[in-house]
Design a protein. Structure first.
Lengths: 236, 386
């Protein structure tokens, strides 16, 4: 039996932008199974980023329930929520969001340090992971000394280093050229995909759709269609 | 996380130096201007502090500060000597007289007449000659700054530096000859006039004829005598004012504080310096936090608590504050050291270090608090914005 990693039921999120209400998520229902790679796609402003923010527990929804590995983050105490996020979620961002004054190994070690590991040990572990993503030689480089593709590899290593159960990626290939983007996705699939680890990727990039197990199409705050990769559409 | 906080702070060398320089400037301006103010204020009572030996100063009851001379009759000296608890009491003349220099020009000088027998109240340090040389006829001792500058002989080269007065040179005080027998080091006075020491009887002969010429009676209390009791006793029995050295210093200091524009002028300058320094340093540090907001957002998204972020920002603030403060007070001390032989007034007591330390801490705490509030309110979802 497949375990459910993410379960969203009737999730609503409304932003108040200067007195004007904008419904970013309009009664979203979605399930993502463990060990699967789910892509959220759709036009800009359709609510993809808001949805992964809610799934990752960094934004509270206004209505509905969003469970992560059976835990409702909305009802958690804020300290428990932080600990849960620190242990169970890895992030890969569109703009990489590496700390510019830390070298690659230090950047990768950040989630381990947040989880209480000693710096030396964390950096040792970070270097091992950088070797896995092909940057073992560049562990002392600052982000500014790395190419876009290399920076995204560092970001992937950072997302994986603490062995989280969910990895959320926001447009991981949009800042990269086609070939580098595919390489990054291949790497992500190779090092990140495990049967107990789930990936949720927000993307516009149609060239990487073939990496997904399932694709959820969003429009205007709704999930309009969920389809298995290379198969016909199903209900969300 | 401390390591990360420090790396974030120092990673961008330009910004880091900018913050430190802002705080250095704030610290410098908060110490340098008050140090000059304190230097000027200390000059108001420097003459009293230089006369170290007496315990009590007796004067006319209407005297408001050390240069506010209201002469007494010489008989007051004997009345004071007759009071129980007085070990000794000596006369002192203090007044402004015009000295005629060798080139015929006049210079107003502070003439101090010391008791002929004991020479009590003399300069604190003799650089050339001896205090006892005042016993020689027509002798005077001149302070080094006066001798070098205002009493100096004109340079043979037009516009050149004055030739310092030296032992053996002559002056004229009220048409009477005065021979320089010594050069002394005295603390500069508020008016920065040359100080000339001579004996009491000779000073009276230099001074314009008046019925009363005794400026102060300097009193030493008997061993074990309570000074407060003795001053009260002198006041009651003579009707004169009697102050311990500390009280007389306070009286003079308070007079200048309340009756001159110095405190308000310097106060405004110090306050403006503080505000400008605080604005520069606070703004720079706050901007640093704003520029790093995304990084704080990333850390927050990854599970860093607000408390940890608060500690990180405080650590950054304490570090830049300490370095800026150290550099600022160091520069002020260097400034004071470089100016030690000039006319510039400068006094840098430990209390001023505490004051500026508190000022810089206040700036850092304020900047850190507004930065912390910004970070605490920060939505970690900011990290998903492109």
């Amino acid at each position: 039996m497949t375990n459910i990693a993410v379960r969203c039921q009737n999730v609503v999120k409304v932003y108040d932008t200067g007195g004007q209400k904008v419904t970013a998520l309009n009664h979203i229902n979605l399930e993502i199974a463990e060990g699967k790679l789910m892509m959220l796609v759709g036009p800009s402003g359709c609510g993809k980023t808001t949805l992964i923010s809610v799934i990752a527990g960094i934004l509270d929804q206004d209505e509905g329930i969003c469970e992560l590995f059976g835990e409702n983050l909305l009802t958690m105490r804020s300290k428990d929520k932080l600990n849960f996020r620190a242990k169970n979620i890895g992030f890969v961002f569109q703009a990489f969001n590496l700390l510019p004054s830390l070298n690659a190994a230090e950047n990768v070690s950040v989630p381990l340090i947040i989880n209480g590991m000693k710096r030396i040990e964390a950096e040792r572990k970070a270097i091992t992971l950088l070797e896995q993503v092909g940057l073992g030689e560049r562990w002392q480089s600052l982000p500014s000394q790395l190419s876009g593709g290399q920076q995204q590899r560092v970001a992937i290593a950072r997302a994986l280093v603490h062995n989280p159960r969910l990895i959320v990626c926001d447009e991981p290939t949009s800042a990269l050229d086609h070939e580098t983007g595919r390489n990054v996705m291949e790497l992500l699939k190779a090092v990140a995909m495990q049967k107990d680890r789930t990936l949720v990727i927000v993307t516009h990039d149609t060239r990487i759709f073939d990496f997904a197990d399932r694709i959820a199409e969003m429009d205007d705050g709704h999930i309009v269609k969920v389809k298995e990769s290379n198969s016909k559409a199903t209900n969300p | 996380m401390n390591h990360i906080a420090l790396k974030m702070l120092m990673g961008d060398t330009g910004k880091y130096i900018g913050i430190v320089m802002g705080l250095t400037f704030a610290s410098l301006i908060m110490t340098q201007q008050p140090a000059i103010f304190l230097g000027i204020m200390s000059r108001t009572y420097s003459f009293i502090a230089d006369v170290g030996l007496p315990d009590i100063w007796v004067m006319d009851s209407k005297v408001q500060f050390v240069d506010d001379i209201k002469p007494l009759q010489d008989t007051e000296l004997y009345r004071v000597r007759g009071i129980s608890g007085v070990e000794w009491a000596m006369p002192m003349y203090k007044g402004l007289l015009k000295a005629r220099l060798t080139d015929g020009t006049f210079q107003t000088c502070n003439v101090v007449g010391l008791d002929d027998a004991t020479l009590i109240g003399g300069p604190p340090m003799m650089l050339e000659g001896k205090l006892d040389d005042l016993r020689r006829s027509d002798s005077v001792i001149v302070d080094i700054d006066g001798a070098r500058d205002k009493l100096g002989k004109p340079s043979p080269i037009p516009g050149g530096k004055a030739i310092p007065l030296k032992i053996g040179d002559n002056l004229e005080l009220n048409d009477r000859r005065a021979i320089v027998v010594g050069i002394a080091k005295v603390t500069r006075t508020f008016q920065s006039q040359p100080v000339i020491y001579t004996t009491y009887s000779r000073a009276k002969s230099y001074a314009p004829k008046e019925r009363k010429l005794l400026s102060f009676v300097l009193v030493k209390a008997k061993k074990g005598q309570d000074l407060a009791e003795l001053t009260r006793s002198i006041r009651e029995k003579t009707g004169l004012a009697a102050y311990t050295q500390t009280e007389f210093i306070t009286l003079t200091y308070e007079y200048f504080m309340h009756n001159t524009g110095i405190p308000i002028n310097f106060g405004i300058s110090v306050l403006l310096g503080f505000i400008v320094g605080a604005a520069i340093a606070g703004q720079t540090f706050y901007n640093f936090t704003l520029e790093n907001l995304r990084q704080f957002g990333v850390l927050k998204a990854m599970g860093t608590s607000n408390w940890t972020l608060l500690r990180m920002i405080l650590l950054q603030a304490v570090l830049v504050g300490s370095i800026g403060y150290g550099l600022g007070v160091g520069l002020t001390a260097l400034f004071g050291f470089a100016m030690r032989h000039t006319i510039l007034a400068f006094k840098f007591p430990w209390q001023l270090l505490l004051f500026s330390g508190a000022g810089v801490s206040l700036i850092c705490i304020f900047a850190a608090i507004i930065s912390i509030l910004k970070v605490i309110r920060l939505e970690p979802a900011i990290v998903f914005k492109g």
